[in-house]
Design a protein around this ligand. Structure first.
Ligand code: AMP
Ligand code: ZN
Ligand code: FE
Ligand code: FE
Length: 291
């Protein structure tokens, strides 16, 4: 029998993807996935809708999130699978991060609005109520206003860190982020660690701290990871007993990433399920769970 087809990193319109969670689940079934994780930025608000959709479809859902953390100016994303969504510390920290994302986006839009016809209302018009706000929503508003041709063009232009309009948003340190996910019963994985052309955002000493805090794995197969960095990540995974994942980081029509363009092995899926304490996978009718 063929291996399970597993993609552990996707975004819905509950953060900065373009499809609601139920449509994302349908798209995952359409792409032939057996297992999909929903990992919206800093929120679990899409879990209920995704769970309802996966309960009626031949697919297994791993509810998760992608937690924003940072080291100085550099952002580091930590995927958290099967956390307890009611964990008080996790609820409080994600709410704080979403607020900081919102005020940062407002400041960026104020600066952009001084030079271009763009308002905060334009941005809110592009986001589902309660969505985790990010640059993608500003990008969509720029497109709507005819100031960019698509999201990616906006990211290369007005939203680029070198544009003068950019600022980072505040977020906890990655070690605190990993510990937060771990204590909420989840399995933490560093997302696209080698995505930056400036090299891996964490050094080996910091990695050891992350491992001590409960890190489970590294997302090695991701379209943005640079090949030199990937080799280092594989060595680290070997050295510290971490598992490696591959995923799409699908954002609907907002990014070129296609569902299942990178995949995760079935043993890793089993390990995540075995290590998680905070939530359960949702196995839809007719879903394949063994290879
Ligand atoms: P922010 O977190 O607000 O700084 O925005 C960065 C986020 O935008 C990342 O999570 C990216 O995955 C996401 N994103 C969505 N669409 C695009 C795109 N077309 N180009 C670059 N980043 C994108
Ligand atoms: Zn995103
Ligand atoms: Fe990310
Ligand atoms: Fe992501």
């Amino acid at each position: 029998m063929r291996d399970l087809f597993i993609d552990l990193h996707t975004h819905s319109s509950v953060s900065d993807g373009t499809e609601p969670p139920a449509a994302l689940i349908r798209a995952a079934v359409g792409a032939g996935l057996d297992v999909v994780a929903l990992t919206d930025h800093d929120t679990t608000a899409g879990w209920a809708e995704a769970t309802a959709a996966a309960s009626e479809a031949p697919i297994t859902l791993i509810p998760g999130l992608e937690l924003s953390t940072r080291i100085g100016y550099r952002s580091v994303h930590v995927l958290g699978y099967l956390v307890d969504p009611t964990d008080a510390a996790l609820v409080a920290e994600t709410a704080r991060i979403r607020e900081r994302r919102m005020s940062r986006a407002r400041r960026m839009v104020d600066r952009i609005g001084a030079d271009h016809p763009l308002t905060w209302e334009d941005v809110l018009d592009q986001a589902r109520p309660g969505a985790t706000i990010g640059r993608p929503h500003i990008a969509d508003a720029l497109v709507q206003r005819g100031l960019a041709t698509d999201r990616s063009a906006a990211f290369r232009g007005i939203l680029h860190p070198s544009s003068g309009y950019y600022e980072p948003h505040d977020a906890p340190d990655p070690v605190a982020g990993v510990a937060l996910i771990k204590q909420a019963g989840g399995v933490p994985v560093i997302a696209h660690p080698a995505a930056s052309t400036r090299g891996i955002a964490i050094d080996e000493e910091r990695l050891r701290d992350l491992v001590d805090a409960g890190l489970g794995g590294l997302e090695v197969d991701h379209r943005e990871n640079q090949s030199a960095g990937k080799r280092t990540l594989m060595e680290w995974a070997d050295r510290y007993g971490l598992f490696i994942t591959g995923s799409s980081d699908y954002h609907g029509t907002g990014k070129p990433n296609r569902l299942g363009e990178h995949r995760t092995g079935p043993r890793v899926f089993e390990r995540i399920v075995a290590e998680a304490r905070g939530a359960s996978v949702v196995v839809g009718p007719g879903a394949r769970t063994t290879g």
